[in-house]
Design a binder for this molecule. Structure first.
Ligand code: ADP
Length: 625
């Protein structure tokens, strides 16, 4: 039994915070609230259409689903009504008292992180649902009647922390569905004016798949604002770019321009239409790999689910829909997931999207570069998740590189290989600025060998799954004894001279002094300016990858590295002539710590490090006195 009296409740704490932000926001583009309410109304109609397949009585003889916007400019009121699925009392309390969508939480986290500074800006980039009504309304009343129910409920709030729910007399309630009534704020009265409403609906919601009517004042006839025709079923030649943009905004909940639009009809064994978009900027939940609802599945224009996995995870930034006539309308959502049709669609749509991106990369490198900047780190997950398309994904991928300031493709890299060069060299690290100045790169630069600079968190993972590209293996510059000796220096100089007996015995002495900490000390081909650097032992994995694994507790500890020494460096040459054993010992340790610091690490024993440095400074001061 439900209570028959008015019940007041407080909003969940997060909702209160969100509402506070809405009400106090100085965000200038408040128009977005209308798109949010229309989108909820359209969803409610689509849900009813779907439930009505199994239970036709829910729809009965009121089969014309529609959204009606009714304005009362004199009273400063505006209502948005739909004859969709409606909400029961519990659904009202749940849906309009808590934060249902994960995206809204992500939004709030961003605002908190920005310390409220540009929170207002964020509202515009990001739909925040029903609660955005409080940007324009002093009070919001929602009257709803669930399809098939004989009860109606009235939810009301001024957005200041509490809401109340009471039974609504049936004569005031819609016969089915929901009416959201806004009592507009004094400075928002324009939202009850015909021309404002027309403008906003045409710009933001002209292509929702449910017709929209406008009643411009009490007693007026309804006029049509949008016909509810499914944009994706129209021939491409009849669709204008702004139609696509408008549709993209409503399907993707983004407010920018799409960076790529992919619209095609597959014919043959399976027939389906796809309309998909690559967003122009990063959606807030991009890194949330579990978030559902990226691509919607329609059957004969009826929305079925947004939880079918129509795309692989590494394309989770793509938004849009697939509409097919090859599934029965009453297909259960569980059946869909296992159907061979879904697998075929998934394959077809994935191939098409990657193919179109590949063409864009060829024809408009700048446009593709922007897409790659936003979504490359996600697409790269495909390099270890989708072996079948690895070559294709590698061809698509773009990388920072020592060769240019811009992005490089592997095709360019391979075309510019140096004589005797057999591998694609890379360096990984989390800080792009630091890896670009790593000492390990010196010998590569001196030989004119390009090195890819990989600084996305996923890079370590795909690159260590040992791929190759056009038969060229990927090789880390910090790994093993890179066979640099075979490749001539660009300035024609002869590579490293055979080291003198003094240098050879210095290396031996250092090996002894550092025995517990490094696997080996040896002369380097990698260095031209720095005195020392650390590399992985010959058969060991890339050092950065190993560090990641040990930080994640996946391996006990990283293998001991090899200390490489630049035997032409003046510091090393004078060290070789040094007679004082204890000073030599100090310097060996200091050089090792220097190499660690250059790798973004810390000296392992800070006390000993500062002791040695102190002794050295004291000596230097004594000499200069
Ligand atoms: P979202 O639409 O992203 O879920 P909202 O805050 O806009 O987030 O809405 C929260 C929930 O309220 C919706 O998921 C839906 O269950 C319910 N709701 C909102 N408006 C309507 C409506 N017009 N008809 C039916 N349910 C609605």
């Amino acid at each position: 039994m439900t209570t028959a009296t008015t019940e007041s409740r407080t909003f969940e704490a997060d909702v209160s915070r969100l509402l506070h932000m809405m009400v106090h926001s100085v965000y200038s583009d408040r128009d977005v609230f209308l798109r949010e309410l229309i989108s909820n109304a359209a969803d409610a109609c689509e849900k009813l259409r779907y439930e009505g397949i199994a239970t036709p009585t829910l729809i009965g003889d009121d089969g014309k689903l529609a959204i009606t916007i009714a304005a009362d400019p004199e009273a400063g009121k505006l209502s948005i009504s739909d004859n969709g699925i409606g909400m029961s009392r519990d659904e009202l309390i749940e849906a309009l008292g808590t934060i249902a969508r994960s995206g809204t939480r992500a939004f709030m986290e961003q605002v908190e992180a920005a310390k409220g500074k540009d929170g207002a800006q964020l509202i515009g980039q990001f739909g925040v649902g029903f609660y955005s009504a409080f940007m324009v309304a002093a009070e919001v009343d929602v009257v709803s009647r669930r399809a098939g129910s004989s009860e109606a409920w009235h939810w009301t709030s001024d957005g200041k922390g509490e809401f109340s729910v009471a039974p609504a007399p049936l004569e005031d309630a819609p016969e089915r569905g929901t009416r959201v009534l806004l009592s507009l704020l004094d400075d928002a009265k324009t939202y009850a004016e015909r021309w404002t409403l027309e403008r906003i609906v045409k710009a933001q919601s002209g292509h929702v798949p449910v017709p929209i009517h406008l009643i411009e004042k009490p007693g007026a006839e309804a006029t049509s604002l949008a016909d509810g025709a499914a944009l994706w079923t129209k021939p491409k030649s009849e669709i204008k770019p702004e139609d696509y943009t408008d549709f993209y905004r409503s399907v993707a909940a983004q407010y920018d321009e799409p960076a790529a639009t992919i619209h095609f009809r597959a014919e043959g064994r399976h027939e389906y239409t796809t309309l998909a978009f690559v967003p122009g900027s990063k959606p807030f939940d991009l890194l949330d790999a579990d978030r559902k609802g990226r691509m919607k599945l329609y059957v004969k224009r009826v929305f079925i689910t947004d939880e079918a996995e129509l795309l692989p995870r590494y394309l989770r930034f793509v938004r849009g829909l697939v509409d097919t006539a090859d599934l029965p309308l009453n297909v259960s959502r569980e059946m869909i997931q296992d159907s061979p049709l879904l697998a075929a669609i998934r394959k077809g749509v994935t191939n098409r999207i990657l193919g179109d991106l590949g063409k864009l990369a060829e024809n408009d490198a700048d446009a593709f570069g922007k897409i790659w900047e936003n979504f490359g780190p996600v697409v790269k997950e495909g390099l270890y998740e989708d072996y079948e398309r690895r070559e294709q994904l590698l061809t698509l991928a773009r990388f920072a590189s020592t060769a240019t300031a811009g992005l490089r493709s592997l095709k360019d890299y391979v075309a510019a290989l140096r004589e005797n060069q057999t591998a694609i060299y890379y360096i990984v690290g989390d800080d792009p600025a630091r890896i670009a100045t790593s000492p390990q790169l010196e010998g590569f630069r001196a030989r004119g060998i390009e090195v890819l600079l990989l600084s996305d968190p996923v890079d370590s993972f795909w690159v260590s799954s040992a791929p190759d590209y056009e038969g060229k293996p990927f090789k880390s510059v910090t790994q093993g004894a890179a066979d640099l000796g075979l490749i001539p220096l660009v300035d024609g100089a002869t590579p490293r001279a055979e080291s003198s007996p003094e240098v050879a015995s210095l290396l031996e002495a250092m090996k002894l002094a550092l025995a517990g900490e490094v696997a080996d000390v040896r002369a380097s081909d990698r260095l031209t300016e720095s005195a020392v650097c650390l590399v992985a032992p010959d058969s060991g994995p890339d050092r950065q990858f190993e560090k990641l694994l040990s930080a994640a507790g996946r391996i006990d500890s990283a293998a001991k590295p090899v200390l490489e020494v630049n035997v032409q460096h003046s510091l090393v040459l004078s060290l070789a002539g040094l007679q004082d054993d204890s000073l030599r010992n100090d310097l060996a340790h200091l050089l090792l710590d220097e190499a660690r610091i250059l790798d973004g690490e810390r000296p392992t024993d800070a006390r000993s490090f500062s002791g040695r440095l102190g002794r050295l400074i004291a000596q230097a001061l004594a000499v200069s006195r």
